[in-house]
Structure formats: structure tokens, C-alpha cells
Design a protein around this ligand. Sequence first.
Ligand SMILES: Cc1cc2nc3c(=O)[nH]c(=O)nc-3n(C[C@H](O)[C@H](O)[C@H](O)COP(=O)(O)O)c2cc1C
Length: 285
Amino acid sequence: MIDLNRLGGLVAKTICREPRLGNPTPRMAETEAGIIQSIGLPGKGIKYFLDHIVPEYAKFKPPLIVSCSSESPEDFAELARELSVPDVDVVECNISCPTRNTSGGNFALDTEHTKNVVGMIRAATDKPLWAKLSPSAGDIVAVALAAQEAGADALCIANTFLSLKIRTDNFRPALGNKFGGMVSPALKPIVLRMVYQVAKEVSIPIIGIGGVTKAEDVVEYMLAGASAVGIGYAGFRNPTALTAIIDDLEAWCIERGIDKVSDLIGAVRDDDMEMDTLAAASVGV
Ligand SMILES: Cc1cc2nc3c(=O)[nH]c(=O)nc-3n(C[C@H](O)[C@H](O)[C@H](O)COP(=O)(O)O)c2cc1C
């Protein structure tokens, strides 16, 4: 349906070591403003992935970003090592699976767990290493700094928001796994705020992910400090959205005489504005 070669990169579904069936169904439910889902990282395991999936991606030009996940830092590092084959361009550690706990896969809720697991993965691979952070972290700036300190080359902000839907017809949670990750354009302002805050503190690139449905969303993320964006949900609603956004972004830049889209990175005009959010909130009180 779309020319995949036009995309900046291809992110494969998170891969785990062993084959996994995924979570009990239903795995997805609609809400008034987006979906909640708990897929449970189903997959055929690393061997199948390397033998069959990577060669399929290699047929396309964009770099392949391989997302991986594990419940133990040791296995995570070993997984990253084994995935570091020539046709893989980037290893993305999904340390933010929303339905896991801090020591078992959702390391990005906590700075120490993040530093530990990213440091171990860093030591195991020479590939560019991206760390995908959690929007549920209490202090995402501290977690981002921990990932940078541990050797991450870029940060993906962010994964989905832990959420719950209860059916009013049978009083049961709507998802088979009870909790799920929320995905919605309504979440974009929250993730945008996180990208903005993190970009002020880190020196490595940020990939903004969450609620991008149109070219202006990409512009907003870049103005906030992102170097690129990731898109998931918009492609579910309309598979041609990805290339349409690229076309619209190009037109948007040309109309405004912006030669390079990268000129937008961190270009938000806020120098004259109050940086301390608490002080800003109390103005006029
Ligand atoms: C059905 C579904 C499956 C997902 N699976 C993964 C995954 O395997 N690994 C991951 O890091 N994020 C996963 N995500 C999260 C997305 O990568 C992305 O962070 C999130 O959906 C927000 O971006 P969006 O608003 O453009 O969809 C998944 C999201 C959805 C909706």
C-alpha cells in the first residue's frame, strides 16, 4: 500500500529470545479517545527473527531498527549481542513495556534499573543503541539522563501509557491482560512536554513517539527538540498516513522557506518565557 523505501527507518516489532504466544485475548479495546492494547510481545523468537524476518527487511532501503526486550538485564544484553548482525542497523532496547514491573522489563520506570540494564546492553553491542523510555516514569528527565550516562546513543520517547478499561455490560476488564498501554493523539501534548523537558537536559538525539497523525505533529515534536518521530497508531487508521505525512511535511517546509527539516530541531521560540514551571504556574496568584 505504501512505498516503504520512502520512510526514514523501519522499526520491527519487539523481539524476545523465546517464541511467545502473547497475552490472552482480547488484546485491544477502543476508548473515546484512542485504543488500549496489551499484545504481550508475541513472536517466534530470536532464531526465527534472524533467519526469516531480518532478510525480509533487508530487501528495503531504510535502516532496520530492531527492538528487543527481556525480563533480566543479563539476558537483555545477550539478546542485543546476538541481534547485532550486519543487516541490523540499530538496536532499540524496549525497556518500557507498560505491563511489566521495574525489575522485569519496565526498567525505564526507575533510574537505577535503567542505568544498569542500558549499561549492560551497551557493553554487549557496537551497534547504535536506542533506549525506549516510559511515559509512566515519575521523573523521565532523570531516567533519560541515566540512559545517556549508561551509553545510549538516542532516546525514544515514549512507549504507551498504562491504562485500564472496564466493560459496563459484564463488569469485566476489557483486556484479557487487564491492563494495557494507551495510544491516542490525545496523549501527544503529554509526550511532547516530556520530549521538550528531556531535550533541555540531554545531548543525544530524541525520537518523539506518541500521537503523530499529521505533518504539524512532526513539526511540534521537532521544535520541542526531537530529531525524528516514530509513528504507530496513525498507520493503523490509515496505512497511507506515513507517506502522506512525509509529503505534507515537505510542502509545509517549502511554503515557509525552510531548507532542511533538521532546522526545526529544538527551534521552539521560548527564550523569553519562564522556565520554572512552578514559578510560571504561580504568576498572578
Ligand atoms: C498494537 C501495538 C503494539 C505495540 N507494540 C510495541 C512493541 O512491540 N514495542 C514497543 O516498543 N512499542 C510498541 N507499541 C508502542 C508504539 O511503538 C508507540 O510507542 C505508541 O503506540 C505511541 O505511538 P503512536 O501514537 O504513534 O502509536 C505498540 C503499540 C501498539 C498500538
